[in-house]
Design a protein. Structure first.
Length: 159
């Protein structure tokens, strides 16, 4: 079964999670970054995993646009959906997930997950650092990736 993991990553966290999923999967997996390939051909894939990160309350515009342009084809595939986000509150994480993907796609998804996240200060620009310091009260890089959630997600997809 051929699987595409299609992701977009601003500071590298979503890419890290996508690579982990690809490495641990028992399937034939192709990693596709929407930064490098704006409109990948989905026809040869049976399973598609979509992942993005939350910035200022929303998933990246490129992911939203990709889903809008390919929604009918995605609905014909086995789909998994995940986000990376740093909000520590479970309710807020769930809200962010709910707003990240269209209802139709969420309802048909085989697996859904919030994977935690990271603040990577070494990859942020000056303005991003200021915003993170002010909003999150964090002044250095921190990782809160939920590797258990990542593993559960992969197990659900491969079941």
């Amino acid at each position: 079964m051929k699987t595409a993991i299609i992701y977009i990553s601003h500071h590298g966290t979503t890419e890290k999670v996508a690579r982990f999923l690809a490495e641990k999967s028992k399937q034939d997996v192709e990693l596709i970054s929407l930064k490098k390939e704006k409109n990948p051909d989905l026809r040869s894939f049976h399973r598609i995993i979509l992942g993005g990160s939350i910035h200022a309350g929303g998933i990246q515009k490129r992911m939203k646009q990709f889903i809008e342009n390919n929604l009918e084809l995605l609905m014909q595939k086995e789909v998994g959906l995940f986000i990376c986000c740093m909000d520590p509150h479970k309710e807020k994480q769930e809200q962010e997930f709910e707003h990240a993907f269209p209802d139709k796609l969420k309802q048909s998804a085989k697996a859904k997950a919030v994977m935690g996240g990271e603040f990577c200060f070494e990859r942020m620009n000056f303005l991003e650092k200021i915003v993170v310091k002010k909003v999150a009260g964090v002044s250095e890089s921190v990782s809160r990736i939920d590797w258990d959630a990542v593993t559960r997600f992969l197990n659900e997809m491969e079941r």
